[in-house]
Design a protein around this ligand. Structure first.
Ligand code: NAP
Length: 306
């Protein structure tokens, strides 16, 4: 593959930034990668892993960069943008990977200097792990990256960024910010909240001991615990900034939960059966679209006791 940007700067060096650095190197997509993280510890780990040229300030990292990607929690984006604005090269592109788009555009947009292109984006790929050691080059392979052009986004800047994401293995789509936030409230944000709740409930139930919960978790609970182990800062920011869409979907969820609760109480097996048949078809659709594995137990290797 050929070089798409001569110099890319990554601000924040966690799971997403480190995966981007590795995926860009794999594809030979950029001449130079610089990076910055606020803590010395993260900068030292990134140096040890040889992820990129690690700088001591964000301004130093973005100097002369053709693309700057903000890879920090959504609530930190505005401050970071304010810090780097004076050092940006005219004509460069600023993007981000935040899980919420409207709030990021409202917070970051006003600080983007004239002559700099702003093209927000969101890769729909991640794990429950954080930090620079969590990254891997294949994270974005066959996942979607949603590009959210803002009003007046330069077409060439949008297309170059899309080419970079495709070079990193992702498929790209364009969406407006409001629709993105609603889609993600359904597919990611509300499911995370439900997982957090379920794990919290198990923690509160005193009639089932902690050791029983852990021992028998493969019955379903284990998959909730994986999601509920996700980074607390990132997810706090997601719910604080995607309030409207999440509350709308949660309202729908609560109504459906009450309907299922009623079906259980009244013994309405037909209702339960029809509901579970419909949800099974949704799972089938996700597998057919290549977005998950059909292997039993999500392809986990069974652990055999010796
Ligand atoms: P992460 O592994 O926790 O890394 C976050 C990075 O941001 C770290 O380098 C951290 O620096 C820095 N940071 C944190 N708070 C900051 C602040 N107040 N000011 C400046 N820098 C700060 O997070 P991540 O999973 O890569 O997530 C980064 C972004 O990607 C978030 O906006 C998230 O919504 C989005 N995203 C995440 C996923 C996912 O599944 N994880 C998927 C798609 C998009 P230190 O290490 O020095 O503290």
């Amino acid at each position: 593959m050929s070089v798409i940007y001569d110099k890319v700067a990554l601000i924040g060096l966690g799971l997403i930034a480190s995966s981007m650095a590795l995926a860009m190197k794999r594809g030979g997509l950029t001449g130079q990668i610089t990076g910055y993280a606020r803590s010395r510890e993260t900068r030292d780990i990134a140096r040890e892993l040889d992820l990129c040229e690690v700088c001591e300030t964000a301004q130093e990292a973005v100097r002369d960069a053709d693309l700057v990607v903000l890879c920090v929690p959504v609530g930190a984006m505005e401050q970071v943008m304010q810090d780097i604005a004076p050092a940006l090269k005219p004509g460069c592109t600023v993007s981000d990977v935040g899980s919420v788009k409207k709030a990021v555009i409202d917070a970051v947009g006003p600080h983007v200097p004239a002559g700099v292109h702003f093209v927000p984006a969101h890769p729909l790929a991640g794990t429950e792990h954080s930090g620079p050691r969590a990254g891997f080059a294949t994270l974005f392979d066959n996942r979607w990256c949603i590009i959210v052009p803002t009003e007046g986004s330069d077409r060439a800047a949008v297309e170059t960024l899309e080419a970079l994401w495709r070079g990193m293995g992702a498929n790209t789509d364009e969406m407006d910010a409001e629709h993105h936030d609603l889609v993600l409230a359904v597919t990611s944000h509300t499911p995370h909240l439900i997982a957090y709740t379920m794990v919290g409930v198990a923690d509160d139930l005193r009639r089932v001991t902690d050791s029983e919960v852990i021992k028998y978790s493969a019955a379903g609970f284990r998959d909730f615990t994986r999601i509920a182990a996700s980074d607390p800062t990132m997810w706090r920011d997601v719910f604080l900034t995607n309030k409207e869409a999440t509350l709308e979907i949660l309202g729908r969820f609560t109504e459906e939960l009450f309907a299922l609760q009623r079906a259980i109480r009244t013994g309405d097996g037909d209702h339960l059966h029809a509901y579970f048949t419909r949800t099974r078809a949704i799972r089938r659709g996700i597998i057919d679209a290549g977005q998950d594995t059909d292997a039993p137990d999500f392809g986990r290797t069974p652990v055999h006791k010796t």
